[in-house]
Design a protein around this ligand. Structure first.
Ligand SMILES: *Cc1c(COP(=O)(O)O)cnc(C)c1O
Length: 449
């Protein structure tokens, strides 16, 4: 009789095709099969515990198995699990829309639900596109995106994506976008100021020539996530927003990774008082419990669709589970807990603690750069510190450091040569201390062996 782990692992390897995973490597490995969670810990079926050092891919806010969130979901389950939003409404979806409008950057008063960051991005793109058509303005059909942008994996989101490894294979399927650099100071010869200026001058040039053809610019505000946890120089987002406004191009803020306190403000746009025309949220919206995303729009965008039925200006878009009551109930409870526990207010001091703890890495031979905004940290490792020569792909340096961290009791997932540390916002100082110890040990063990 095989153990439960062996049985599950065999079925897993035989039948489960995992996302963003080379299955040839996976089936040769000893898969990690999670059974339960408690606070910032996850436990596998063999009873081993791991710190959730990447918030289960950047979702988790309050930890796992949180009584308040559990109660909200089970309470809603006793009422109704799902009913549609097509032409009708449900209680948690209504309450959550009001709440989101109240905490969003100024002007974002309308909430359109979906079920993932990618679908939320699709909605923003389609809204921006149809906005100009509904106004009777022809030709504004393109989008500006940024190098190394990641907005999700559906075809529209991939069309404004710009990570060659993920996106190039699909290029023939995609609509073309205009691409400007994201200010990546570490790999820009002139440093932060020059990197920001390169972005802004590319944007200016693009808008001067082509504003008439551009519906919107989409940006990961302040921190570019999947592109390597790249932090914008101060003021850059504000200048990007001002240029969009000046040239009559809508601004779409993709806050899927940065929203709900991750960077130290409720939304990263708030760090520079930027009010986008459209904003996409997902990931942490439900505290990492259930798949709910939302696209927030200004009244100006909304009014372009608000017309007589016959005018056919309706936004013809929706998903079966749009506004799912269980998910919305979880989101409401998560937002309540954010307020009650003053979670967002606590991020800056926790972030400062993490920054101090990671200082020991600074003079390590393979440390390129530590990038951090709030509790979103990327540690870029390099083969040669002086020349910034990257590790080769075949060295799998990020994968190996993450594997070592798992052996030491913490889960994370790298972005190429960038080690990711994105702990749940509710992590205590003691927990952050333990996690950063594992992180620094894993980096040392792998790069200095
Ligand atoms: C994760 C992410 C997405 C995609 O969200 P999914 O829920 O995985 O579809 C979009 N944009 C950003 C910035 C993200 O980090």
């Amino acid at each position: 009789m095989s153990t439960s782990y062996e049985r599950l692992a065999a079925i897993d390897k035989a039948h489960l095709w995992h996302p963003f995973t080379q299955m040839k490597d996976y089936v040769r490995s000893e898969p990690l099969i999670i059974e339960r969670g408690d606070g910032v810990m996850l436990y596998d079926v063999q009873g081993r515990g791991y710190y959730d050092g990447f918030s289960s891919v950047w979702l988790n806010v309050h930890g796992h198995n949180v009584p308040e969130l559990n109660r909200a979901v089970t309470g809603q389950l006793g009422k109704v699990a799902h009913s549609t939003l097509l032409g009708m409404s449900n209680v948690p979806a209504v309450e959550l829309a009001g709440k989101l409008a109240a905490i969003a950057p100024e002007g974002l008063t309308k909430v359109f639900y979906s079920d993932s960051g990618a679908t939320g991005v699709e909605i923003a793109l389609k809204m921006a596109f149809q906005y100009w058509r509904n106004l009777g303005i022809r030709g504004k059909t393109s989008f500006i995106t940024m190098e190394q942008a990641y907005h999700g994996d559906t075809i529209g989101a991939v069309s404004v994506g710009s990570i060659p490894l993920y996106h190039d294979v699909f290029r023939p399927l995609l609509f073309p976008s205009l691409t400007i650099p994201y200010p990546y100071a570490y790999r820009h010869e002139g440093g932060a100021e020059a990197a920001a200026e390169a972005t802004l001058s590319a944007l200016r040039a693009c808008l001067e020539r082509k504003a008439d053809e551009i519906a919107a610019l989409i940006v990961e505000p302040i921190v570019q996530g999947a592109g390597g946890i790249v932090v914008m120089p101060p003021g850059c987002l504000r200048d990007i927003a001002a240029l969009c406004r000046r040239y009559g191009v809508l601004l779409i803020a993709d806050e899927v990774a940065t929203g709900f306190g991750r960077t130290g403000a409720m939304f990263a746009c708030g760090l520079e008082d930027v009010a986008p025309d459209l904003m996409v949220v997902g990931k942490g919206l439900t505290g990492g419990y259930l798949p709910v995303a939302a696209t927030l729009a200004t009244d100006d965008v909304y009014q372009a669709f608000y017309a007589d039925y016959e005018a056919q200006k309706t936004f013809f878009h929706g998903h079966s589970y749009t506004g799912n009551p269980l998910g919305c109930a979880a989101a409401l409870a998560s937002l309540e807990l954010l307020e009650k526990n003053r979670v967002v207010e606590g991020v800056e001091s926790k972030a400062a603690f993490v920054r101090r703890k990671l200082e020991v890495l600074e003079d390590r031979p393979h440390l390129g750069e530590i990038r951090q905004k709030g509790l979103m940290v990327g540690i870029e490792l390099v083969r040669d510190k002086r020349t910034k020569e990257p590790y080769g792909w075949e060295e799998r340096i990020g994968v190996r450091v993450s594997q070592r961290a798992r052996e030491l009791g913490m889960l994370t997932r790298p972005l190429g040569n960038v080690i990711v540390f994105i702990p749940p916002l509710a992590s205590t100082i003691d927990e952050l201390d333990a996690m950063t110890r594992i992180l620094t040990a894993a980096i040392g063990d792998v790069t200095e062996r």
